[in-house]
Design a protein around this ligand. Structure first.
Ligand SMILES: Cc1cc2nc3c(=O)[nH]c(=O)nc-3n(C[C@H](O)[C@H](O)[C@H](O)COP(=O)(O)OP(=O)(O)OC[C@H]3O[C@@H](n4cnc5c(N)ncnc54)[C@H](O)[C@@H]3O)c2cc1C
Length: 605
């Protein structure tokens, strides 16, 4: 099918459903809808299908395709005025699988309260119980080898919380790059007041855990939307997937109200085509490109659309607004320490002489290539890393922000203010990395060993936007995450970075540490210097959402609880962009669950 299907064949078919974007959500929906052999589903994906690429399949290479000219769209933000003018890369996967193709494979869920909060914002049926049902439906948990589980204290998956018959395969990592340091890393976090949480998927996220990963442990390969939803179903005669096809707009029947979508226009090998859908068009182009497609189709802010000569069909100014990204000091601004070289970290794996043994180990499903580079994560409430005075100051700032905010955002801030004070709500995350992370001009010393940390602000107050910058569908949109535009976010990040620095001074790790490298001790000694360091180095953690928010229209909504775009009869958005507020978790499991639930809504199940 895909490889042999031509654009001409694609457009000669009248589909029941056309899905725009063969990514994480898009392929999930397409697979579910095409379970009925009488339903014809067409998927248009701008990228290609590359099943045999090591950098995709080997979990240990996860992350290495960021910035890749073919597999990453390579978007970059506009200069961030509150972050030293940085233009910050915003990686997005391109090709069948979308961002599930290039992500790090961590597979986790937020706390139950966060999903219940989505419902409370005006979305009946989008609560923890429903999400849990669809988390489980989306996945099969592969049991951990008993010796591996005993050695690393990995809990047994309880089917009350974990799926056992869904398409996506999940497992505990086959390898931990911390070597003997893993127990010490976990103890250090507990010493800082972050309790152990053996399984953070049961509705309580607070604590230190080992995450599940979207990896098939039986052959140590990535499990992702392209292999579980497309490849596994490629025999279906009613599922049509055309790659290298960039959708330029949705087509509507003239004069209809609500607007009736009848198909899409797309570009394939420099030719323009039109394809028809008799039932629905589903936009699953991800948080940064779904708004672009809506705007190119005439759905968005009419002033913006007229600037680019696009006729407004639905004046919906919320399209592309409400962009929320985690803020962190990830790869470009890590906390990095040199440690005692006797400890095993991933630094050894990066040395040229390790290459042959890495491959050998991988053949036995062992070693650094068999697992993603990080898998210990700690989520903790504000009281764990901020003083009462800092929290009070944050609250005053948030209340002031609320006064100036439009009604919809005011409601979001109300939730954020309530959560920020709660001991059950994670507000900070740190991800220890067993090895060196580049920071500014810091260089790795051969044979040295390092321990680094990514520090994350989970619920920023800042809101950004993504909008078209041209009527040309091939031109990238303008992305403005507005990093640190609310000064409270900078203060939370400052406190979180200091917390990360304290991690290295715990008794569990104190005797392992040799040298503080980044931020340098003299920088860390002054809050102003540390703020400056953060502004120079902060980057995104790859979880943009909120740009086609599921909210009441008057509160900034783009889609209703059935994921239909306001003002349309049969155009839905199904991807990360519908999440109205940032969640304290990595996003892929939630996106798979959204797509599973959307599929049931669409088929009326
Ligand atoms: C580098 C990176 C690391 C990450 N790590 C993790 C992690 O470890 N754990 C985790 O939980 N989450 C992680 N995430 C986030 C997670 O992968 C995403 O939230 C999720 O995959 C988003 O799914 P989506 O369906 O919204 O969009 P995507 O999966 O990005 O799908 C969008 C699809 O639409 C296609 N498309 C876009 N525009 C068009 C167009 N005009 N025409 C046709 N096709 C189009 C794209 O090519 C893409 O295939 C990471 C993301 C990235 C980028």
């Amino acid at each position: 099918m895909t490889a042999k299907l031509t654009a001409a064949q694609f457009v000669s078919t009248t589909f029941d459903y056309i899905v725009i974007g063969g990514g994480t959500a898009g392929l999930t929906v397409a697979a579910r809808l095409s379970e009925d052999p009488a339903t014809k589903v067409g998927v248009l994906e701008a990228g290609d299908w590359d099943p045999n690429i090591a950098a995709i399949n080997l979990p240990g290479l996860a992350g290495s395709l960021m910035g890749h000219e073919k597999h990453d769209w390579g978007p970059v933000s506009v200069p961030q005025i509150h972050a030293n003018g940085q233009k910050v890369p915003q990686p997005r996967g391109k090709g069948l699988g979308g961002s599930s193709l290039i992500n790090i494979t961590l597979l986790d869920r937020a706390s139950a309260a966060e999903y219940d909060g989505i419902e409370a914002l005006g979305n009946p049926g989008w609560n923890w119980n429903e999400f849990l049902k669809y988390f489980k439906k989306s996945e099969t948990t592969i049991p951990t080898d008993p010796d591996h589980a005993a050695k690393h204290t990995l809990p047994k998956a309880d089917t009350k919380w974990h799926g056992d018959s869904g398409p996506l395969l999940k497992s505990y990592p086959l390898y931990f790059g911390f070597g003997q340091l893993r127990e010490r890393v976990m103890s250090a976090l507990e010493e800082l007041g972050v309790p152990s949480n053996p399984d953070a998927n049961e509705g309580n996220k607070v604590g230190v855990s080992t995450t599940y990963v979207s990896v098939d442990p039986r052959n140590a390969t990535r499990s992702y939307a392209a292999n579980v939803h497309f490849q596994a179903n490629s025999h279906r005669g009613n599922l049509f997937v055309l790659t290298s096809a960039t959708v330029s707009k949705v087509i509507f029947r003239e004069g209809t109200s609500p607007l009736v979508a009848t198909g899409v226009e797309f570009i394939h090998e420099d030719q323009k085509y039109r394809a028809s859908a008799s039932k629905e068009v589903i936009v699953s182009a991800g948080s940064l490109q779904t708004p672009q497609i809506l705007e190119l189709s005439g759905i968005g802010d009419k002033t913006l659309l007229s600037k680019y000569g696009i006729a407004t069909l639905i004046d919906l100014p919320s399209v592309g607004e409400n962009l929320q990204v985690y803020v962190d000091d990830h790869v470009s601004a890590p906390v990095v320490f040199e440690i005692d070289p006797q400890y095993e970290t991933l630094d050894a794996a990066r040395e040229p002489e390790a290459a042959a043994s890495l491959q050998q180990l991988y053949q036995q499903r062992q070693g650094p290539l068999s697992a993603p580079p990080l898998s210990v994560v700690a989520f903790f409430p504000s009281e764990t890393f901020m003083s009462p005075e800092q929290r009070q100051k944050w609250k005053e700032g948030a209340l002031a922000a609320m006064q100036d905010a439009p009604e919809g955002l005011r409601k979001q801030y109300e939730v954020q203010i309530r959560r920020f004070a709660a001991p059950s709500s994670p507000e900070g995350e740190i991800m220890p990395v067993p090895g060196f992370l580049p920071a500014l001009d810091l260089k790795r010393t051969p044979k040295a060993r390092y321990l680094s940390i990514c520090t994350v602000v989970l619920h920023p107050l800042s809101r950004g936007s993504v909008h078209i910058a041209s009527a040309d569908p091939q031109a990238p949109p303008t992305i403005d995450p507005a990093y640190l535009s609310r000064p409270e976010d900078l203060e939370v990040l400052l406190a979180a970075v200091k917390f990360s620095l304290a991690f290295f001074k715990t008794t569990a790790l104190g005797d392992v540490v040799r040298k503080q490298l980044a931020p340098a001790p003299e920088v860390a000694a002054s809050d102003d210097a540390l703020r400056d360091y953060i502004k120079k180095t902060c980057a995104c953690v790859y979880h943009p959402l909120g740009t086609a928010a599921m909210l009441p229209k008057q509160h900034g909504g783009v889609v209703d609880p059935e994921l239909k775009v306001y003002g349309t009869a049969n155009l839905r958005v199904v991807d990360a962009s519908i999440l109205p507020m940032q969640i304290a978790a990595h996003t892929q499991a939630t996106v798979y669950a959204i797509a599973e639930k959307a599929s049931d809504i669409i088929r009326g199940a």
